[in-house]
Design a protein around this ligand. Structure first.
Ligand SMILES: [Zn+2]
Length: 377
């Protein structure tokens, strides 16, 4: 009798233990689906959802916030995307810095910080990546999600064996979940194609003049520290290049290959006639040569294996012991955005977008990201 009572007690104990573990792990898992707060500055005109341009996206995990800034004077119309690849944090953080600081004097600016919202809701399996990274600010740490390059398979599954994208290119099956292979999108396609279609709808309906897609790439990847441009934007890109170089940044031009289909810098230009630019910075945290993945690898960018690979001449950018911190990568993107806006103004004054209060790139390098971020909640 005593034994049965003992068994019941231990069964109840383990049942409660299981419930507790499930509760906390479930809560942690579900929190990954909640985007961190962004605190728009007083310059924000309106916040809407991407589904307002394509209602079929409403109430799906692909819907995402669009931050709209309008100047006092009419002018050009520019779109900036961060988070096309949610494992490339400089794009997201640059977009957040702009949203929390800028004031528009002329023209219109649309910013989508988490272009592939579904990709932010999971992490790449078997990579050992942290779920979040912490950016220090004067009054505490701001946490940001590190997501995956691809749409969450919980939201879009199964992958086909071979994926034929909306531009007709054959790719490996998992690219069906890569937003930057799914342009110009399909209104009745899979979730990622619907997101791409909604971005195209935004471009068409808002008469966007220039689209800028913010990315990062591994230091061993050849297209790095680069402005990738559609051929309709070659003059704009060349002018911006000189401006960015004059600020002391090493950067080069890469023409968008005409036979590489489905990417923003190709299809935005081909299908909507918009000037299309993609910016790349070097990010060790999603490279293949890195050591242990961590929040500090993302934020401080120091990695002894990349330093060694740099000494051996294996990389396309120099990688010293001081690393390539997130603040430097964001500063590069900010310098890129500023230079592209200045070039647009120089080439087509009637389409100029004049944006005040962009965090100065050299101050971001010197002081870090914290002083330009809203304090954490
Ligand atoms: Zn990317």
């Amino acid at each position: 009798m005593k034994e049965i009572k003992g068994n019941k007690l231990s069964a109840a104990f383990f049942f409660l233990l299981t419930l507790t573990v499930c509760f906390f792990s479930g809560r942690s898992f579900l929190s990954l689906h909640q985007p961190e707060a962004i605190f728009p500055g007083p310059g924000l005109t309106e916040q809407k959802m991407l589904s307002s341009y394509f209602p079929a996206l409403k109430n799906t995990p692909g819907d995402t916030a669009v931050y709209f800034f309008r100047g006092k004077e009419e002018g050009g119309r520019v779109l900036i995307l961060g988070g096309t690849h949610p494992n490339e944090p400089a794009g997201l953080v640059t977009a957040v810095l702009l949203i929390e600081n800028i004031r528009l004097e002329r023209g219109s600016l649309f910013i989508v910080p988490r272009a592939n919202a579904s990709g932010f809701s999971h992490s790449d399996p078997q990579e050992g990546n942290p779920q979040r990274f912490a950016v220090p600010t004067p009054s505490g740490q701001r946490l940001f999600r590190l997501g995956s390059r691809l749409t969450n398979p919980v939201h879009q599954w199964p992958d086909p064996a071979i994926y034929v994208n909306p531009a007709g290119q054959k790719l490996s099956g998992m690219e069906a979940r890569n937003l930057n292979r799914c342009y110009p999108g399909r209104a009745k396609g899979n979730l990622t194609e619907k997101v791409a279609w909604a971005v195209m709808e935004l471009i068409r309906r808002e008469n966007i003049d220039l689209g800028i897609d913010l990315h990062e790439s591994a230091p061993e990847y050849p297209v790095i520290n680069a402005i990738v441009f559609h051929e309709n934007s070659s003059e704009l890109a060349a002018l911006a290049l000189m401006d960015i170089q004059a600020q002391g940044f090493d950067i080069r031009l890469e023409a968008s290959p005409a036979n590489l289909r489905g990417l923003s810098h190709r299809e935005w230009g081909d299908h909507a006639g918009v000037k299309a630019i993609l910016l790349e910075t070097p990010n060790a945290s999603h490279g293949r040569l890195k050591g242990k993945p961590s929040s500090s690898l993302i934020v401080e960018g120091k990695d002894k294996f990349y330093t060694r690979a740099s000494r051996l001449g294996w990389l396309f950018v120099p990688y010293g012991e001081e690393g390539i911190p997130l603040s430097l990568r964001v500063a590069r993107h900010l310098a890129g955005v500023e230079a592209l806006l200045a070039s647009l103004e120089a080439l087509e004054p009637e389409k100029s977008v004049i944006c005040g209060n962009i965090p100065p790139p050299h101050q971001v390098i010197e002081k870090g990201l914290g002083p330009f971020l809203h304090p954490p909640d």
